[in-house]
Design a protein around this ligand. Structure first.
Ligand code: PGA
Length: 249
């Protein structure tokens, strides 16, 4: 059975007090215990969030890290620093990192290696842009993103990888992929994994959908057989909405 996962991506939102209040509000919600729940907070809040969630089942995830293990990279955070404060998972490859910080597939392959070497789990984000969807190249784009950043991994390293398909045109736009569109591409992702590795590996990987998931559409999206949960941006900043999405399976 694949893990069902709902992860909130807070992006660059909330100050320390607001972060603390949102975590308290989340802890007060009743959350489906069959679902792994995670929040990706800004790095400055990670240590406090780890401490604050110790008595709960909520995992705290980093939004990014540098590919080097240490060194002269002013302003950056390393995988071992994350591990040392009790963070076990990092988001890599979010479309905002790719678009605004020019992260490339090659750089992401390095980040994935560094994260796994440090003992972190990775939620790897990828997805096509609107023009690519319109021209029908989205299947190839997704295959290429996976292949360039992840297909050098050995099969056993995939135990530490979760995939998050996020079509760029659906992120923060209010426009969601239909449940059918999500299922179609998630099935494609599993087929690509089967071709590169094998069916057992493909069946074991949780593939999340992200892009304008809300309480009103989560149940339909999560009902699709190849959708194993969601990566939630805007709606993760409200405890009731986020809980409703967690409880939408
Ligand atoms: P959104 O963001 O839910 O606000 O569309 C999703 C994401 O960027 O992970």
């Amino acid at each position: 059975m694949r893990k069902q996962i709902v992860a909130g991506n807070w992006k660059m939102n909330l100050d320390a007090k607001q972060s603390q209040e949102l975590i308290e509000a989340l802890k007060a919600q009743s959350l489906d215990s069959n679902v792994s729940v995670a929040i990706a907070t800004p790095s400055v809040h990670l240590a406090a969030a780890v401490a604050q969630t110790q008595d709960s089942s909520i995992d705290v995830v980093a939004q990014n890290m540098h590919q080097a293990t240490s060194g002269a990279y002013t302003g950056e955070v390393s995988a071992t620093m994350l591990k040392s404060i009790g963070v076990n998972t990092v988001l890599l490859g979010h479309s905002e990192r790719r678009a605004y910080f020019h992260e490339t597939d090659a750089q992401l392959a390095e980040k994935v290696n560094t994260a796994l070497d440090a003992g972190l789990n990775v939620i790897f984000c990828f997805g096509e842009e609107l023009e690519e969807r319109k021209s029908g190249s989205h299947f190839d784009v997704v295959s290429s993103q996976l292949s360039k950043a992840l297909f050098h991994l050995k099969a056993n390293q995939w135990d530490h990888i979760v995939l998050a398909y996020e079509p760029v045109w659906a992120i923060g736009t209010g426009e969601t992929a239909s449940p059918e569109q999500a299922q179609e591409i998630h099935a494609h992702i599993r087929a690509v994994l089967t071709a590169q590795y094998d069916a057992a590996l493909a069946e074991s990987i949780s593939v999340l959908y992200g892009g304008s998931v809300k309480p009103s559409n989560a149940a339909d999206i999560f009902s699709k057989p190849d959708v194993d949960g969601g990566l939630i941006g805007g709606a993760s900043l409200n405890a009731e909405d986020f809980a409703a999405i967690v409880n939408a399976f």
